[in-house]
Design a protein around this ligand. Structure first.
Ligand code: IMP
Ligand code: MG
Length: 186
């Protein structure tokens, strides 16, 4: 593993930013709002971009009484310098043909906005009935492309956070809360 011992692993968890209970309440509220978006009886598909959004996807899906399917995709975006090439490589694609669905992209965090900007473009080109984005966290200070989610549960400052699906060096995704990470702590 990336850490020399258990203490080093724990010391990198600097402080809790959002508690498990705060997340639970926010998702309950978000679920009620999202249900009002989909009242025409057409199929609904929740799409999450792996890996970070897997925990949020799981809790949001269970907070929705609207019947829905879930789908996963893996995406990598390529850029030259700070300019988006507009090319997003799908390393694992959805199995559903989105043209028959209301699509809701479920994301863990919007940082520069580049990944979602590309994924939204790509999915829009496949003509879904509608396309919306919900993100658990939003770091607007870091935005490099103009991108806004339809719903954001928490706006946070420019800090590197871990937990509830978010990783540092692939660890800490299992923390039930969102914490600030101090990568230099030993
Ligand atoms: P962007 O919006 O294209 O810059 O990419 C956002 C992706 O970067 C997210 O889906 C996360 O995987 C990752 N990311 C951004 N900020 C953080 C953070 O604070 N902690 C962990 N991962 C992050
Ligand atoms: Mg992600």
């Amino acid at each position: 593993m990336t850490f020399s011992n258990r203490q080093e692993y724990e010391h990198k968890i600097k402080e809790v930013l959002i508690t498990a209970e705060e997340i639970r309440l926010a998702i309950e509220k978000a679920g009620k709002q999202i249900e009002t978006w989909y009242d025409d009886g057409k199929p609904v598909l929740l799409v999450s971009i792996l890996k970070g959004a897997f925990v949020f996807m799981s809790d949001l899906s269970r907070a929705l009484t609207t019947p829905h399917e879930i789908g996963f995709m893996c995406a990598k975006s390529y850029y030259s310098g700070t300019v988006s090439s507009g090319v997003v490589q799908i390393t694992m694609d959805l199995e559903q043909d989105v043209s028959g669905y209301h699509v809701l992209i479920v994301e863990d965090i919007i940082d520069t906005g580049r990944t979602l900007n590309d994924v939204v473009k790509l999915l829009k080109a496949r003509n879904p009935l509608s396309l919306r984005v919900v993100t658990l966290l939003d770091k607007p200070e870091r935005r490099l492309v103009d991108f806004k989610a339809d719903m954001s549960l928490f706006t946070i400052p420019d800090l590197f956070v871990i937990g509830y699906g978010l990783d540092y060096a692939e660890y800490y995704r299992n923390l039930p809360y969102i914490a600030v990470c101090d990568p230099k702590a030993e």
